[in-house]
Design a binder for this molecule. Structure first.
Ligand code: NAD
Ligand code: TDX
Length: 337
């Protein structure tokens, strides 16, 4: 099998390629990535270019990106995206380009090259927000109601994927998953930002009062869910994916990480809230009942592994952390203007 993975030098893409290689060593993996600030070109340095792995540096927004792709691809797994909500608030244009136009270009490629099986990675953020203190959850039938330019661009990409299925018969599936965490996540995101700030004895910024909640999914559990949908999912269907720890308030997560790292609660700093800050929790009973998937990792074991990874990979995150903190500083300055 020849599989094209987009965004394979980002967080989830890197973990997925590692997962897929282990599970299907005979498979050929083509990793296409633009190498934006969010990628780390060293992530897959132990994968040598050859008949079983090929890296192609390309931008999916440029329709000519397909010229360098090999023929006879069996499956596309589409991760490539601008993925950070705060950056989409700061400058939405790149989100529209990459997430909407880029997905459209990739769909066109799949349609024009023998209707390649297309699996699209999306997010629970397309469903909008649950009320604070609510015990409701998003499911496959929840109407779309995105809050940020990021989630709006992902919602648009989901609609395009479905339309190519319905109109052109492209064999598509979509997964809408909750917040991932684990190794290789950029330190701009909440959990790695917390861990790396604590490792550097910095304060940890909590937006608002820390009462917003998320559903946390260890990245390997996400990879096994994607694999289940690729292998056994119904063409044209959507599957919601979530973790074992649902409706976790940010402040409770912060306290857990502080305790696991033996640090002090005085390192918490409440800062200005994110505009349109929303709350998510995912009902993953469909994928459990239909495909037999369920998450394995508990938040404690997943966090322990993640903390250890950041402790032992300081070189990996130090430069991107500096860049991320510069971004946050500018964002804070702008919000005061
Ligand atoms: P990431 O930001 O870590 O990685 C994105 C990757 O895409 C990077 O390697 C980047 O270089 C590449 N990329 C960006 N623009 C590109 C372009 N124009 N052409 C080619 N490559 C490009 O993101 P992630 O956290 O790994 O997320 C992967 C996917 O999963 C995204 O589609 C995201 O919306 C979705 N998702 C992520 C989460 C999460 O918690 N991280 C949750 C739900 C869904
Ligand atoms: O410094 C921070 N302080 C803070 O309180 C940061 C970076 C975040 N937060 C809060 C905001 C959110 O409630 O933590 C929560 C998580 O924030 P992010 O890591 O920015 O993730 P989120 O906005 O939930 O989006 C993530 O999950 C869904 C991914 O970045 C998306 O790509 C994915 O679709």
């Amino acid at each position: 099998m020849k599989i094209l993975v987009t965004g394979g030098l980002g967080f989830i893409g890197t973990n997925f390629i590692r997962f897929w290689r282990k599970k299907y060593p005979q498979s050929t993996i083509i990793n296409l990535d633009k190498i934006t600030y969010a990628a780390n070109p060293e992530n897959l340095n132990d994968f040598s270019q050859g008949s079983k792995y090929q890296f192609i540096k390309e931008d999916i927004v440029n329709p000519d990106f397909t010229n360098r792709l090999p023929s006879l691809i069996d499956l596309i797994v589409h991760f490539a995206a601008e993925s950070h909500v705060d950056r989409s608030i700061n400058d939405p244009s790149l989100f529209v380009k990459t997430n909407v136009l880029g997905t459209y270009n990739l769909l066109n490629f799949a349609k024009n090259n023998g209707n390649i099986r297309f699996h699209h990675i999306s997010t629970d953020e397309v469903f909008g927000s649950l009320p604070l203190n609510s015990s409701n959850q998003f499911s496959e039938s929840t109407p779309y109601d995105p809050s940020s330019p990021y989630s709006a661009s992902k919602a648009a990409s989901d609609h395009l994927v479905r339309s190519f299925g319905k109109t052109f018969g492209l064999p598509t599936t979509i997964t809408n998953c909750s917040n991932n965490y684990g190794p290789y996540q950029h330190p701009e995101k909440f959990i790695p930002r917390l861990i790396t700030n604590l490792l550097e004895n910095q304060k940890i910024p909590v937006y608002g009062q820390g009462l917003n909640f998320r559903d946390w999914l260890y990245v390997d559990d996400h990879c096994s869910a994607i694999s289940a949908v690729i292998n056994r999912g119904k063409i044209g269907d959507t599957y919601c994916i979530g973790g074992l720890y649902q409706s976790t308030k940010n402040i409770d997560l912060v306290k857990k990480i502080i305790n696991l790292m033996g640090k002090d609660m005085s390192q918490i700093e409440y800062v200005a809230d994110r505009p349109a800050h929303d709350n998510y929790s995912v009902d993953w009973s469909k994928i459990k009942n239909d495909l037999g998937w369920q998450p394995q990792e508990t938040l404690d074991t997943g966090l322990k592994k993640t903390i250890e990874w950041y402790q032992t990979h300081q070189k990996w995150w130090q430069d991107s952390k500096k860049e991320a903190e510069k971004f946050y500083k500018n964002l804070a300055k702008q919000s005061k203007i």
